[in-house]
Design a protein around this ligand. Structure first.
Ligand SMILES: [Zn+2]
Length: 58
């Protein structure tokens, strides 16, 4: 073992996130069975917060 935690050390190996079938983002956690992007698996409503500011298209 080397000193400290290797950069991206724990990110190697199995992937935990796959593409979510509701929001289409690669934020669906396989082991948790929840999407961190839209809240799929966690709630029926879309995960949204007031501090999320969507870009306005003119
Ligand atoms: Zn999602």
């Amino acid at each position: 073992m080397t000193k400290g935690t290797a950069s991206m050390g724990k990110k190697s190996g199995k992937k935990n996130f796959i593409r979510c079938r509701r929001c289409g983002e690669p934020t669906y956690h396989i082991t948790k069975k929840k999407c961190s992007g839209c809240g799929f698996g966690n709630s029926t409503r879309m995960r949204t917060y007031s501090w999320i500011k969507k870009r306005k298209r003119n």
